[in-house]
Every structure is written in C-alpha cells, then in structure tokens.
Design a binder for this molecule. Structure first.
Ligand code: SF4
Length: 354
C-alpha cells in the first residue's frame, strides 16, 4: 500500500524515517570531510570539507552539547550523517556509545555512508549499537552497484542483523539501483533533488530548474520517483520530498523542542516558533517598573539589556512604558541560539488584543 504525506509517498518506512516523521530524530553531522565530490552535494560551505561537528543546527564542542540537544527535543533517535562518517569511525563509535548509554538501547541510530565499509568496520558499528545503515553510493556506481564493493558491504551488514537500505537523490539512473534493492531485500529511500546555495550552479549547468518558486525542489525528480513506483511495485520504497522536510519533519521537531524549552509566558505558534514581548533598556529599571505594576515574576525574564515577557503582559502595560522604553513583539526558533524570525515594534496598531 502506498501512503502519501506532503508530496512524499512510501510503501515502506524504516524506523529512522518513522522517527523523522514524528520530528523525534536528531541529526548528528559528524564531519564535513568526504572523498567524493557529488555535483548534487547540498553540504554548506561552513561545513564542506571541514572537520566540524553539528547536532541539528548547533555546533558541537563537547559531548554535553550532544546530550543537551537530545534532551531539548526529547530525541528518540539520531541520524549520523556528513560528509563521510567512516572517515572518523572512532568518533562515530564514541557517539553511538554515548547516546545508547544515556538514552538506552531503544534510542534508534542510523548512519549514512558513501563508502563501502569492510567486515571489521561493520562489526565495530554493530557492536557499538548502530541499528540501521544507509548506503549512499556516488551516481557513477548506480548501474554497476551489484558488481561494486558495496554489494559485499550490504551482505555483511545484513548478516550482522542491521537494517540496511540505499539512500540516494532521485535523479537520472536512480532506477538502475532498484533491482539490487529487490534482490537483496533492502529498502530504498529516494530524496527529492533539492537546490542549495552550494549545488545550485552545478544543478543549473546540468539543466535542472526549480519546480516551485517558494521551494527548493528540482523539477523532474518527483516524476522519476513516480515512474519507479509504477515500474517496481514490490520494492520497499520511500520518496522524501522537500515540502515534507519543511512542512512536517522540521515543524514537528520545532514543536517538540518548543514544548520542552518554552517558558511560562512564551506562546508556541503553530509552526513551532516562540512568540513573546521584549522591553529594551536598563534591566534593573525595567524590573523595578514591572514589580511596581504587579507583574508576576514568572511572566518575565531578564536577558541582558532587555527583559522578555508575555506578549499580552506587554500590551497590558503598554501605556506605562511608552516614551520610557523601546518594546516589540519577537518570534524566534526554539533551537540553540534562538534565531529571531521576526520583530514587530509595539504600537497601538500592532496590538493583538486592543
Ligand atoms: S558523498 Fe555525500 S557528503 Fe560526500 S560529496 Fe557526495 S553528497 Fe556530499
């Protein structure tokens, strides 16, 4: 049976993807180093070919960063990606052990690799607790995959009891790999080809163009997935669209995080962002005024040269602060660093309640 969600469709969802659908999967970018140079590579300049680690959007400098991020989104699993994780195998093993030790064996971990690990590497990954491995071969191997070293790695990974799949962008020649997935009884994840800042020129050079102005989907990618679905109805198959990543996956992860980190006075929006009021100026003076106005302590929080408070509280006390302090509504992501999405100055016209 084929299920459809936000332009995505699938006949089979591996556990790694199921958790992603719930927004419960954390992304561990383990290194930007990679020996390949795929034209469709979406890795940003900040990360590409640099040995850097990120957990979701957050740069990692210690184990605690990883654990904090997992707590902040109530993560039920982790996807290890890069760059090429096998280039920093020991780091991967340490992180798998760290996560399993702190969140239990049920914390599901999957990993991508564009290389063909040998038996010893797979054994190490399996012993550390890796649950699922997704092979991400470069495009020139897709039509000779069965005769490549990847076929060997797939066999060994299966023998070790891991869940095994192939994950590639849905472009020309993706269909060549389907018979292999069927023969070896492994799942196939096709990602909609997406434009990014770093791959846009290479994609345009090859004749790709945007399907919609507001999304990064490349035209034609989804059609290839539809053809594969029609031609191979029995393959364990998932097509993951760009719209799905934005509308479902990211939004759900933001909602989970907002749920954990929201203060009493933060309003959580439908998109998973936080909405509150801000008064800027001398912190002590603002707090004196809030106490004088009998604003309960749990409805505001000092934050440097500003005080954040419930947006409705800000509206209630608007007359007392006008002319003395600057104030505005603010909306931010609940993620580390709390990137601001929008700031609207408080004026009579901007007030939500009056
Ligand atoms: S293997 Fe992955 S990380 Fe490496 S160049 Fe290709 S797409 Fe980028």
């Amino acid at each position: 049976m084929i299920t459809k969600v936000s332009d995505s469709f699938y006949s089979f969802l591996p556990t790694g993807c199921k958790l992603c659908h719930e927004g419960a999967k954390m992304v561990l970018f383990i290194t930007g180093l990679c020996r390949n140079n795929c034209f469709y590579c979406p890795v940003s300049d900040e990360r590409r070919n640099k040995d850097v680690i990120f957990i979701n959007e957050r740069s990692v400098s210690s184990k605690e960063d990883i654990l904090q991020e997992a707590h902040s989104m109530k993560a039920l699993g982790t996807g290890i990606t890069g760059g090429e994780p096998l280039l920093v195998l020991q780091r991967v093993l340490d992180c798998i052990r760290l996560l399993k030790k702190n969140f239990g064996m049920s914390h599901h971990i999957h990993m991508y690799t564009a290389e063909s690990p040998d038996k010893a590497q797979l054994q190490d990954l399996n012993n550390a607790g890796l649950d699922e491995i997704r092979f991400h071969p470069p495009q020139h191997l897709w039509d000779i995959f069965a005769n490549s070293e990847f076929a060997r790695s797939v066999t060994w990974a299966k023998e070790l009891g891991m869940v095994v799949g192939i994950e590639i962008p849905c472009i020309h020649k993706a269909n060549c790999i389907v018979p292999f997935a069927l023969e070896y009884d492994i799942f196939l994840n096709l990602n909609e080809l997406e434009f990014s800042v770093t791959n846009a020129a290479a994609l345009k050079e090859r004749g790709y163009f945007l399907l919609y102005d507001e999304l990064s989907s490349a035209a034609g990618s989804r059609d290839i997935a539809l053809d594969i679905k029609k031609q191979y109805p029995y393959v364990q198959f998932n097509f993951c669209s760009s719209r799905f990543k934005d509308a479902v996956q990211l939004r759900k992860r933001l909602l989970r995080t907002a749920d954990v980190i929201a203060r009493t006075f933060d309003e959580i929006t439908q998109d998973g962002t936080l909405f509150y009021g801000v008064i800027t100026g001398d912190e002590e003076e603002i707090i004196r005024l809030l106490i004088h106005l009998n604003v309960p302590k749990d409805l505001y929080s000092p934050a440097g040269a500003r005080v954040e408070l419930g947006w409705w509280v800000l509206e209630d006390i608007a007359k007392s602060i006008t002319g003395r302090f600057e104030s505005y509504y603010e909306e931010c992501y609940p993620t580390h660093g709390k990137m601001v999405v929008e700031r609207v100055p408080l004026t009579i016209d901007s007030m939500y309640l009056r």
